[in-house]
Design a protein around this ligand. Sequence first.
Ligand code: QV4
Ligand code: CA
Length: 483
Amino acid sequence: YHDDTCVSGRTVIVHLFDWKWTDIAAECERFLGPKGFCGVQVSPPNEHLVITSPHRPWYERYQPVSYKLESRSGTRGQFADMVKRCNAAQVRIYVDAVINHMSASGHGVGTGGSAYNTMNMSYAGVPYSALDFNYNCEINNYNDINQVRNCKLVGLQDLALSKRYVREKIADYLNDLISLGVAGFRVDACKHMWPGDIEAIYSLLQPLNITWFGPGTKPFVFNEVIDKGGGVISASEYTHLGRVTEFRFCDEVGKAFRRQFMLKNLRTIGEAWAMLPSDKALVFVDNHDNQRGHGGGGSTILTFHNPREYKMAVAFMLAHPYGFTRIMSSHVWNISHGQQDWMGPPSYDNDTTKTVTLDNEGQCLDGWVCEHRWPAIASMVKFRNVADGQPLENWFDNGFDQIAFSRGRNAFIAINNEVVGDLHRELPTGMATGSYCDVISGELVNGECTGQAVHVDQDGVALITISSLSNPPIPMTEEKPKK
Ligand code: QV4
Ligand code: CA
């Protein structure tokens, strides 16, 4: 479950949070494929609750009603079409799999028309009955392992994953997705499931669809476990089951770019900071929870609300060799109203999700943030692809908040996060002699750099200039020789 199943040469996934399947299919073809993205993490595709108080929050999708592929993002037919079109565009689909629990309250029908009654633990669309759930207890002590794994997370009916029947129903759901051509899974709430139960479920999975993957290919799995150290459940209990989310990375990168400690310290971020081994970690600057104060959130997490620091933090993550990287692509909520951490995706009056529309610069409109389309972030995806497998070399720091490094001889980045203090220095870049385009301030068009050009001399040294006054200061990268 560790092999990333990306098309070779691609290394980065983006979470298109709450996007409709039809929009994701189009985005694979018009942007993600051409820009070199490996894949998309999609929101849970299975049938879920419709919550009306508050009105249609994003988190209703974390309250399953059945495993029918009928959700707020679209129908089964639309999902299947998206997977095909994205695979054809060389872009993989990774499904957010909610398998620890069902809904927390209510009765009626879900987004796919299946009847459910939370109190009776009856979910006709699967079907599950009260026999398929754990004891009726709440998690209120995170130091009690049995409680965390066998009781209800915020009231969500907790599935008895020790039962063969329940394991088979979940495996049927995941195998259905595999047969449609998905490449793997982000598995929700793993801390709340016994590693042995998860293993038993994964052992029932079929290899990936041979239309797009080699025979016997296993799904790529990244397991969600929030472990910042000191808890009774550690992320390393899950590393044999695929990659595991590394939440310490969000905190440390957030602190560094908020200038709570100096950037020069970031050189060794990773194992040396008690984080997971690099080949076991899934890293990100923010996710759909912690960007709005849920799951492990806090004032250190950087989001699109701080675009200047956020771009630098994401660029740093994509340039640094540690972990497998995921970019967040958000929808807006009103930050001045703290209660709106529940706000769902941009919607029309009839509650259907708005189509993602673009302005003439290719940036998103209508409440879709599309961090992945910000030029500085999109170009760094290409940087990570060309840097893949190359060591971090040619480190420079000025003792404070200016840093630079190369990835072998393939790519070079410099970042200036000083409040006052321009970077203007000759630095070793590791790159071959020649003229290069900075891929953050512009790109190579018809043989010319639309942004800054950088000249590397015969010793591999280049004069690098980044003003701290530029808004946002432009992190400097070089990638391709200018023809
Ligand atoms: C309320 C009370 C509870 C009470 C319950 C009783 O707050 O104290 O027990 O009623 O019925 C929503 C509400 C929450 C409400 C709950 C049930 O926010 O207040 O409980 O619904 O009605 C997402 C959201 C949650 C949301 C949940 C279900 O973040 O706010 O709960 O979906 O809709 C831990 C876990 C980690 C988890 C993280 C958020 O270890 O696994 O919390 N992260 C994942 C997902 C996350 C999702 C879930 C898990 C659950 O990334 O998005 O929670 O599937 O750290
Ligand atoms: Ca559980």
